[in-house]
Design a protein around this ligand. Structure first.
Ligand code: 5AD
Ligand code: SF4
Length: 443
């Protein structure tokens, strides 16, 4: 979401004559887009601000955006008085005006302190220019905010109440992206499967997107288990463009911890959903988020999480130590878990997840997999992309010309090796032959 938001901020500033620079040193305006989800992420902002101040050229404007700005606007101005502008996630459409205001205030009084952390009545989406396309894969925000109030989480406070963009606005933007060359769209939302901009929910939206000519791949993230409706599960078996990968966070495998987390589902509900998904799409790859050391988590609770992971067999996952967030119910619970217990549990959990991820990746060795190439690799003639199951795939092409030609396209790849975080492969025989033929024709 923050990658998408940063790109949209650049889009909003483009008509004002702003262009992105490679380094902060070259910038007239630096915007730090921030995350408040865990303490470590939030604290990074202050160290980054300190670095910026030390290297700041005369006159560089510094803005702080994102969820830390939303949650700690005044605190930022107090701890880092050289910050010119603080802007919350719902006010990005106002950036040009806010920046102009900050510039004017600086000209007048030598410094500026502009803060906008409102939840405006108007939707920013109605005021933002069309997204600039950079490559074959694009994000598209369809939903924001959250009404779930998990006990550990700040999102309902920083991103506000659930909001869905109307289905027509989403379809128009998707059509525009595809006309501009996009072939993969990832629908975004903090609670994306709670989308209600279409009468038939996210399932209805995906069906409508699936008729857009040229849109080869559809994904969505992040989902809540409670909103995996039977209709949405059915879409996974129905719409071939919907990729066989789902990030479905459970957080914990223990029912008593799930209850304390206010997750509103049990481990069994989750497992039933996974079974139903696998029944309609047997090749679906699953991912989750896990929190270890939530207040009250006993050894038995943690064991239940490990057992659930063994049961599901994840293709990949994200895992975190519980982090106390100000203003959330869990931060006031009295049975907080000691740091070293959290560290031990996280290490055990990640060892298991890494093992599963490696095993999942190894299964692909020898197979031919369609890979959408969306980046140039670090090595000469190398291109990098994603498999349908979201695995990173690296391929070295025979020539620079071939690398250029396959960039931005979906190409069958013969997988030759698999690691914990990526696969390598070669152009599948047919394609290799075709490329050699064309090259010799050219020669
Ligand atoms: N501590 C640790 N992890 C958290 N997450 C959200 N809040 C916290 C917290 N207070 C994790 C959850 C969520 C992911 C985006 O971040 O696992 O799914
Ligand atoms: Fe946070 Fe997700 Fe729970 Fe909402 S559903 S409160 S975003 S963890």
């Amino acid at each position: 979401m923050n990658v998408y938001d940063s790109a949209r901020m650049a889009d909003v500033m483009a008509p004002e004559g702003y262009v992105s620079t490679e380094t902060a040193d070259d910038a007239d305006l630096v915007i730090l887009n921030t995350c408040h989800i865990r303490e470590k992420a939030a604290e990074k902002v202050y160290s980054e601000l300190g670095r910026l101040r030390d290297s700041e050229e005369d006159g560089t404007m510094i803005a702080v955006a994102g969820c830390v700005a939303q949650a700690e606007g005044d605190e930022i101005m107090r701890r880092a008085p050289y910050v010119d502008l603080v802007v919350g996630p719902q006010s990005y459409h106002r950036l040009p005006k806010l920046v102009a205001g900050a510039v004017a205030e600086r000209d007048r009084s030598g410094r500026s302190r502009v803060i906008d952390t409102d939840f405006p009545a108007e939707s920013k989406f109605d005021f933002m220019p069309a997204a600039q396309v950079s490559g074959p894969s694009a994000f598209l925000t369809i939903q924001e905010g959250c009404d779930k109030f998990c006990a550990f989480c700040v999102v309902p406070y920083t991103r506000g109440a659930e909001f869905s963009r109307p289905v027509d606005a989403v379809l128009n933007e998707a059509q525009q992206l595809v006309s501009d060359g996009v072939i993969e769209i990832t629908l975004l939302g903090q609670n994306v499967n709670a989308y209600h901009g279409d009468d038939d929910g996210l399932a209805g939206l995906i069906r409508k997107l699936s008729v857009i000519n040229g849109l080869e791949r559809i994904r969505y993230t992040t989902s809540h288990p409670r909103d995996m409706t039977p209709d949405l599960i059915a879409v996974h078996g129905e719409v071939p463009q919907l990729m066989p990968y789902l990030h479905l966070p459970i957080q914990s495998g223990s029912d008593s911890i799930l209850a304390r987390m206010n997750r509103k589902h049990g481990a069994d509900d989750y497992l039933k959903t996974i079974d139903a998904l696998r029944a309609v799409r047997p090749d679906i790859a699953l991912s989750s988020d896990f929190i270890v050391g939530h207040p009250g988590e006993t050894d038995a609770d943690f064991d239940a999480t490990m057992a659930l992971i063994k049961n599901v067999e994840y293709a990949q996952a994200y895992s975190f130590k519980y982090s106390k967030r100000p203003g959330t119910p869990a931060s006031d619970m009295d049975d907080q878990i000691p740091e070293e217990v959290k560290s031990d549990r996280l290490a055990a959990l990640q060892a298991l997840l890494n093992e599963q991820q490696l095993a999942f990746n190894k299964q692909t060795i020898g197979a031919a997999i369609p890979v959408l190439f969306e980046r140039r690799g670090k090595l000469p003639n190398q291109i990098a992309g994603r498999s349908p199951c979201m695995q990173a795939v690296h391929v070295t092409c025979p020539t620079e010309e071939a690398a250029d030609r396959y960039f931005g396209k979906t190409v069958p790849i013969h997988i030759t090796d698999a690691f914990a975080n990526s696969l390598t492969g070669t152009l599948d025989d047919g394609v290799a032959a075709e490329s050699t033929q064309r090259e010799s024709a050219r020669a």
